[in-house]
Design a protein around this ligand. Sequence first.
Ligand SMILES: [Zn+2]
Length: 418
Amino acid sequence: MSPSPHPQRRYRTGDQNWVRERNLSIVLRYIWEAGEPIARARLTEISGLNKSTMGNLLTQLQAWGFVREMGTVSMGPGRPGVMIDIDPDGGRLIGAEIGVDFISVVLADLKANVVWRRKVETNGLARQQARVIELTEGLIQEAIDRTRAANRRLLGIGLGLPGLIDHATGTLLFAPNLGWSHVPFRAMWQRFGVPVIVENEANAAALGEYMLGVAQHVEDFIYLSAGVGLGGGLMIGGKLYGGVGGYAGEIGHMTLAPDGPPCACGNRGCWETFVGPTAILDRIRQAALDGHTSLLLALPEVNGDVSAIRMRHVFEAADRGETTVLHALDEVGRYLGIGIASLLNALNPSLVVLGGVLSLAGPYILPRAQREVASRALSAARANVELELSAFKFDACVMGGVSLIMREVLNNPTGWKA
Ligand SMILES: [Zn+2]
């Protein structure tokens, strides 16, 4: 007889411990999703568990520090009801993002309230990988020191990166706009002594919107984020869709024009070369060089220097009605709508969330994008779809980092017990 290919493998069956672990997760998740204190009697009622089982589960969750009793409230005739809520001090979670020109780190409590944050610009440093990682580690250490000083426990670090991730090892495989490849973040950060989850920045942001932002309870939606490039996160059936290798969602690299401008990925005419901030700035700088945007060039921070134009200046000129700038943003809306129409046809989501720079440009690009969607997408595919701006704007990814850890704690509180 040949040896079994998996001699050590055991299949987890539904024994009593398994049932208890599942119930602890379900009850904790329910309390967390309620977002406010909930009566113990109500938990018992909706769970269908008997009173003593529920009492036992809540005692356990309380002993681990995840929930707390919030006093009593009158529930009509009879005894007053005990209220249960998530204990915000039951743990701290770190969300981190390394962008092309910044690093952002937040520290959140168990109710996802941000208790500390730090963001540093890394303009021109991106290619100095070791320096950027060192800076990030410094910020994370600061968050850890604060957690220790407050005598709280750290539950984990969720990191969002603008590139392809190997989820099994927590390794950044390739980030075209950073110029980085094969960086084993999880292995490197084992020294922090807590779980580290690494995710593509748009996927992380999509999860953040799903758990904490505008996409709560929306099971099928697309998150589109413009940082330097254009990233996408696909939530399908309440799960981030990763594809066979976990690389799905790179919708910024769909070809829109076969002979279009070169893209950082090596292709030409990718969607992001039409709607990414780099594309917007290139278009507007060219218009400035051609002498079409006097107002923009006259802004004190720009002072006639085309290379000094940043997105904030573009919005300032748009707010003041500069025609050329409004026209350029309208073009972005056009290409945004063209791409979204194709995605609606392919995936039929109920929501498209626009994040990053797109969330700021909303007033100038959304009307045109919506017109393009209306004229191009199949009517059935666009019938019930909403276009919304991210709840977290530039914080979407770090709140996604917090959500990456939160999701695991809620799925498996037993694994995180004190
Ligand atoms: Zn590309």
